[in-house]
Write a protein that binds this ligand. Structure first.
Ligand code: SSA
Length: 426
């Protein structure tokens, strides 16, 4: 959410941001509504002031034993009270409407973000590693998983319907190894490990930005104010709602693990083979709360990217980094990088990580503040990036490290988390 004062004094900047982000919010309508609220607030305040004057006059008339004047003033006071009683529900309703509109206003993208309408206009700016050249008939991730008895989709579909899976044998161990590997590496970088709830209340999704717009992507627990999170980011934002942190304790750096759930509404027929796009997956999330300073945010934005790159390089997976364009980054972001790992069977890069900085757009929605060195209370800045998301990362991992004999090499960095095992299928 943006500061209303900022929107009032920069309507054209906000309209341009909405245009760049394919966001249909009507800023003029919001500002007209805002003027209605302000005008009605003034009317109610003026009426209250008149009431105060009247009560002084009533006391004065009582002192002067002027009963007629006193009764007239009391009668007038009653009329003002009725006026306020009638106007307050209208004012509250307008304030609620203005708040609901404010939730739909996008953040202002950084000028360094490319202007574009969708992911086809994201700009790759960094490549690492060479795509493997197989001297044998290589397999895609699903065939490799079937060959090594690593997956059971039929029975998963029986249990949970489409876009579900069972990881078996070394794939089950690999997922836990990857989660452990990521948590361990990030903890050693000074990020506080968390295992957070995958069920969270409505306010967490509003605070994080998934509600009201992305409600259709979220599973709801029937008859309770609880929803399944699509990312630990939602739970961590909710954890700090309404808190005033000490400036000296920032930045707060978290590495949060959670099972993550997504409806994937609107992706019917897309990525239906294997485990690329599923309803439940495991994610280790980097999350930072820092002071409200653009340079500080940009510093951590680059750090979160670098952390993820270190993890992927340790897994020996060729990848590229793309600067996400305005039309693809979503409402809350100021800037966003996606990391895409090379998928040999598809002969292209596919998204495995997403790194964002949001300035105070989330912190204003979740009311996460801090007291700076001058004692001034301000909204914080928040950032997030994927550390590891599995089983999607298994796709480049299994395919890239498959061997001529059909076995799969486990990267050195992962072996300590796989009991020292060096291959799958040997
Ligand atoms: N439906 C899905 N199936 C499998 N993996 C997914 C799915 N949705 C997201 N992911 C994985 O989770 C990563 C992060 O998801 S994201 O929506 O892009 N970004 C976030 O959730 C941020 N909190 C950063 O992690 C994706 O890059 C992808 O690797």
């Amino acid at each position: 959410m943006l500061d209303l004062a900022f929107i009032r004094s920069n309507p054209e900047v906000v309209k341009e941001a909405a245009r760049l982000k394919n966001n249909s919010i009507d800023i003029d309508a919001l500002l007209a509504l805002d003027q209605q609220v302000v005008a009605l607030q003034h009317t109610v305040e003026d009426t209250r002031a008149k009431q105060n004057q009247l009560s002084k006059g009533i006391q004065q008339a009582a002192k002067e034993k002027n009963t007629e004047l006193r009764n007239n003033l009391i009668a007038e006071g009653k009329k003002l009270a009725e006026f306020i009683k009638a106007k307050e529900p209208e004012l509250n309703q307008l304030i609620e409407e203005r708040y609901n509109q404010l939730l739909l206003v996008p953040n202002i993208p950084d000028p360094s973000s490319p202007v574009g309408k969708d992911d086809s206009e994201n700009v790759p700016f960094k490549y690492w590693g060479e795509a493997p050249k197989f001297e044998f008939d290589s397999l895609d991730h699903y065939d490799l998983m079937l060959k090594h008895d690593l997956v059971d989709i039929e029975r998963a579909v029986k249990v949970a319907g489409s876009r579900s899976y069972v990881l078996r044998n070394d794939a089950a161990r690999l997922e836990l190894a990857l989660v452990n590997f990521a948590m361990d590496k990030m903890a050693r970088k000074g990020f506080t490990p968390l295992i957070v709830p995958s069920m969270a209340r409505d306010f967490c999704f509003v605070g994080n930005g998934q509600f009201p717009k992305g409600r259709d992507q979220v599973y709801e627990i029937k008859d309770q104010d609880l929803f399944l999170v699509g990312t630990a980011e939602v739970s961590i934002t909710g954890m700090y709602k309404d808190e005033i942190l000490k400036g000296e304790e920032l930045p707060l750096k978290f590495v949060g693990y959670s099972p993550s759930f997504r409806q994937e509404a609107g992706t019917y027929g897309k990525d239906t083979r294997g485990v690329f796009r599923i309803h439940q997956f495991s994610k280790v999330e980097q999350y930072i709360i820092c002071k409200a300073d653009h340079e500080e945010s940009v510093f951590w934005f680059e750090q979160l990217l670098q952390n993820a790159e270190e993890l992927i390089q340790a897994l020996e997976l060729p990848y590229r980094v793309v600067n996400v364009c305005t039309g693809d980054m979503g409402d809350g972001k100021v800037g966003m990088y996606d990391i895409e790992c090379w998928v040999p069977s598809e002969g292209r890069y596919r998204e495995t990580h997403s790194c964002s900085y949001l300035h105070d757009w989330q912190a204003r929605r979740a009311n996460i503040r801090y007291r700076d060195e001058e004692g001034k209370v301000k909204f914080a800045h928040t950032l997030n990036n994927t550390a590891i998301a599995s089983p999607r990362i298994l796709i480049p991992l299994l395919e890239t490290h498959q061997q001529a004999d059909g076995s799969i090499r486990i990267p050195e960095a992962l072996r300590p988390f796989m009991g020292g095992q060096e291959y799958i299928g040997r």
